[in-house]
Design a protein around this ligand. Structure first.
Ligand code: UD1
Length: 360
């Protein structure tokens, strides 16, 4: 039995690692890994492979950046060749990036079974490219692995056959649980920060950074917040490009500190010791919920509502005053607390492996 995994962008890597590790325990099964090359900078890709213990990809499609249509089409054309040559029994796709939907489409057309890891999440906001990727992938996948019950409910509501849906828990949390013992305060110390005396910031959603006015307003609010609480901001390449293109100024970089993108362990180390996290990422909403760190999400909606219902996450939407107020509440000790959703226990990859082996 032969399983082919396909990954391409940063958040895919932490999801594939625990599944590959769990499948490696089944001697009757062989697996290979395809990297589409959607993310290619060393600090967006290679460092994660190393730290997560992922094997070097067996194939790299070296697609790189481009428009959505171009990138998706390039991945499809190049991946189709690999699938025809390799003839896997099952292809596993991860998350909601362009690499995910492109690979799923290729397989669906060739009649190769596809499993989608992190299925069923919905923001119900079709202006988000990821929402389109999620909807399409889930309609054509044969096995749907969901992280939480809301994923099952969404899929059932869209008419997906219940027997295809498997509630397995959160693979991203598998990676976190696995690597937490290797995390330390080294990065924080190098940045001369005291535990709980700083905010960790990430921003990369087109809705926040591709609109000049919006992005400038966010930076202004972060500057205000940083008067009370130092902000450290590892900058995603998309965000870096906008900063440069629009020549947006940071008034005082000693309190709003821009960094290069960090590796998994350094980022997790900072997250664990942060007073709070300000983000528009998907995965970080989940990681902060698991760690019990307050998270303020700069989005109007989330495909991960359980992080709001159960966890520490607050959607601050577009209202930047709300962001300032919630930050203050956390600093005053009156911020939101939360719990950990069921099945976010580090064993989701093992559950997936069992189901895959039964299926094949
Ligand atoms: C992609 C995913 C998004 C995910 C994010 C995580 C899609 C539609 N979006 O967004 O869901 O949250 O990854 O990081 O798949 N670039 C580099 N170096 C790289 C990669 C990208 O410089 O290694 C730059 C390029 O200028 C590129 C831009 O970043 O045009 C955006 O990259 P792209 O992969 O298109 O989307 P992301 O914003 O990274």
């Amino acid at each position: 039995i032969y399983v082919l995994h396909i990954v391409g962008a940063r958040p895919n890597f932490m999801k594939a690692a625990p599944v590959m590790r769990a499948l490696a325990r089944y001697p009757e099964l062989s697996q290979k890994l395809v990297h589409t090359g959607q993310h290619y900078d060393a600090n967006m890709s290679e460092i994660f492979f190393r730290q997560l213990g992922l094997p070097a990809p067996d194939f790299n499609l070296e697609v790189g950046s481009g428009s959505h249509a171009w990138q998706t089409a390039q991945i499809m054309m190049r991946f189709e060749e690999i699938v025809l040559q390799e003839r896997p029994n099952l292809v596993l796709v991860y998350g909601d990036v362009n690499s995910t939907v492109a690979a799923a489409l290729v397989c669906a057309k060739l009649g190769i079974p596809v499993g989608h890891v992190e299925a069923g999440l919905r923001s119900f906001d079709r202006t988000m490219p990821e929402e389109i990727n999620r909807l399409i992938t889930d309609q054509i996948a044969d096995l749907l692995f969901t992280p939480s019950q809301d994923g099952n409910d969404n899929l059932i509501g869209e008419g997906v056959a219940p027997e295809k849906i498997h509630l397995v828990g959160n693979v991203m949390i598998d990676t976190l649980v696995h690597l937490l013992p290797s995390v330390n305060g080294r990065c924080r110390q190098e940045l001369h920060l005291e535990p709980k005396k700083f905010a960790l910031v990430t921003l990369h959603r087109p809705s926040n950074v591709d609109d000049r006015e919006r992005f400038a307003a966010i930076l202004k609010t972060l500057d205000t917040i940083s008067r009370n609480l130092t902000c450290v901001f590892p900058v995603h390449p998309r965000t870096r490009a906008r900063l440069q293109e629009w020549d947006l100024a940071i008034p005082d970089e000693s309190r709003l500190r821009l960094l290069e993108p960090l590796g998994y362990l350094d980022f997790l180390g900072l997250m664990q010791e942060a007073a709070l996290v300000i983000t528009d990422s998907g995965g970080i909403q989940e990681e902060t919920t698991f760690l019990g760190i307050p998270c303020l999400t700069l989005r109007k909606n989330t495909e991960r509502p359980i992080t709001v219902g159960v966890g520490t996450n607050i959607l601050v939407g577009e209202d930047l005053e709300h962001l300032e107020n919630e930050t203050q509440a956390i600093l005053n000790g009156t911020g939101k607390t939360g719990g950990v959703p069921p099945l976010w226990d580090g064993k989701a990859g093992e559950r997936i492996a069992e189901i895959v082996c039964e299926y094949l």
